[in-house]
Design a protein around this ligand. Structure first.
Ligand code: NAD
Length: 505
């Protein structure tokens, strides 16, 4: 642990010495600079510029699409095992550069050390898992057939994939979508989030080092409404892999349904969106475990996880005991610079998020009972860990995704009522239950509308292979990331039937 701590401190100081990092575009194997520079600041210390991002224009987006379309002609013929080897090589490089990658996230998006470490681990796991799965999917499956008939089920690549990513898991989510698309034989135009383009540039450099040919994966930093929109609408795009907010996800689904002149494919959309996740605390729950689980689920990375719990639905009988303990425990959360290894919560991602979250808290204070609001440092974008009590299940605070460290505690009369409240939002991403009753556990497993349910443990979000991750309702469409169905979405299943009696002469 001590050695790791020293490596981490060195990585942070080396990275700081390289700031501001110049982030170019990378299209068809070439770095490109633009005249439109976006300065990304360190959310823990707003006076430090982490990166100068060359933002792409629609002309650059067009170049990236042309490069990906051309590269597809040869990339689709590269054997699956060779593509998988490149993805494994990428995982090797990530493992080698782990501390540098953690340091980049700490400084660019304000992720505390442990959370950033988790993100790199997840990125590596995605690479290994998708490489392994592609090797398995590469052999044609035999279907049941009549004597003298051979019927095979073969997965083929589709074409250019537009990958559009959020900033909150800046390496894992981006690397997951990009490697899934590339290992399945597609070419990629990747559009990182504006707030995490330095991390994404680190990924692009590792992709080059891993040996992916020019044009197979193109790097297009830029604004969502400009280059993101352009690649979604483009006639060459066959698949869109998007992770982000509900508003942008639904907008993309709309746009993708409009067929452009010269377009050959119906665009397939793999869309992961937000959540308004709830944890139910049953009357017989172990309250120590429940408090721990809620603190972890709600305040990890300042609540800026799609999986974060922002509603805690507590049965009447234990409501007072639970909230007293939760508030007491919340007082121990350390909030400070993400560079400080002791900080459990760092800043939120930028000024816009900070102002939005503070606005939500101020509105909450007018309408609800404030149970707790933490003190925060003043020189960065630090939002306080905040808990409101007795919030009605249909209040705005209990219905809208906040994406910050704000928790609404809701009182429920009984388990029926708790489930009714839990299922009353438009989202269905994650959920939790603390209970000792087998009958109640069985019931909640059956009736709680969520993609990932965690019973008697904190909500963790995606854990590749172990907890494949994803939601439904307004939380997304598509298969779970890190799960057995995920790669198939990037491919076209072809069924080939042959009369083998006519083989030979
Ligand atoms: P966002 O929707 O604001 O942005 C996501 C990406 O979309 C960015 O790259 C952005 O530039 C791009 N974009 C914006 N407008 C666009 C447009 N018109 N056309 C094309 N692209 C456009 O989301 P965010 O703030 O980066 O991330 C936070 C959100 O992501 C939260 O809602 C969170 O719940 C969600 N999220 C979901 C998951 C999941 O697995 N379900 C995981 C992580 C984050």
């Amino acid at each position: 642990v001590k050695a790791d701590r020293e490596k981490m401190l060195k990585a942070l100081s080396d990275f700081k010495a390289s700031m501001p990092v110049n982030v170019p575009l990378h299209i068809n194997g070439k770095e490109i600079s633009t005249s439109n520079i976006f300065e990304r600041v360190n959310p823990s210390h707003a006076d430090q510029v982490v990166g100068k991002i060359n933002m792409g224009s629609v002309d650059h987006a067009e170049q990236a699409m042309q490069a990906a379309q051309t590269a597809f002609k040869t990339w689709k013929t590269v054997p699956a095992a060779k593509r998988a080897d490149m993805v494994d090589k990428l995982a090797d490089i990530m493992t080698r550069d782990k501390f540098k990658l953690i340091a980049t996230q700490v400084l660019e998006v304000g992720k505390p050390w442990a959370e950033a470490d988790g993100d790199i681990g997840e990125a590596i796991d995605f690479c290994r898992y998708y490489a392994r799965h592609m090797r398995e999917l590469a052999s044609p499956l035999r279907q049941g057939a009549l004597p003298g008939e051979l019927s095979q089920y073969i997965y083929k690549s589709r074409g250019v994939t537009a990958v559009i990513a959020p900033w909150n898991f800046p390496l894992a989510i981006l690397a997951g979508m990009v490697t899934a698309a590339a290992v399945t034989g597609n070419t990629v135009v990747m559009k990182p989030a504006e707030q995490s383009s330095v991390v994404a540039w680190g990924l692009m450099k590792m992709i080059v080092e891993a040996g992916f040919p020019a044009g197979v994966i193109n790097f297009l930093p830029g604004y969502g409404e400009e280059v993101g929109e352009y690649i979604v609408n483009h006639k060459f795009t066959t698949t869109i892999a998007f992770t982000g907010s509900k508003a942008v996800g639904l907008h993309i689904l709309n746009k993708a349904s409009l067929v452009q002149p010269g377009q050959t494919h119906v665009k397939r959309c793999i869309i992961e969106m937000g959540g308004k996740n709830a944890v139910i605390i049953d009357n017989d729950a172990d309250l120590d475990e429940a408090v721990d689980g809620v603190l972890y689920s709600s305040f990890g990375f300042s609540g800026q996880k799609c999986s974060a719990a922002s509603r805690v639905i507590v049965l009447d009988e234990v409501y007072d005991r639970f909230t007293d303990r939760l508030v007491e425990a919340a007082k121990s959360i350390e909030i400070g610079s993400a560079e400080n290894p002791k900080a459990y919560m760092g800043p939120v991602v930028d000024k816009e998020a900070y102002e939005r979250i503070l606005g939500t808290i101020a509105e909450g204070e007018k309408n609800h009972k404030l149970l707790f609001k933490a003190n925060v440092p003043s020189n960065g974008y630090y939002a306080p860990a905040t808990i409101f009590g007795n919030v009605p299940g249909d209040a705005k605070l209990a219905q809208q995704e906040i994406f910050g460290p704000v928790v609404a505690v809701i009182r429920a009369k009984n388990l029926d009522h708790a489930l009714e409240i839990a299922n009353s939002t438009e989202y269905a991403l994650t959920g939790g239950l603390f209970s000792r009753s087998p009958a109640n556990i069985a019931r909640v497993k059956e009736e709680f509308e969520v993609g990932n349910l965690y019973v008697n443990r904190g909500i963790t979000g995606a854990m590749v292979d172990r907890h494949p991750f994803g939601g439904f309702k307004m939380s997304g469409v598509g298969s779970k990331t890190g799960g057995i169905d995920y790669l198939k979405q990037y491919m076209e299943p072809i069924c080939v039937t042959e009369n083998t009696l006519r083989r030979g002469f």
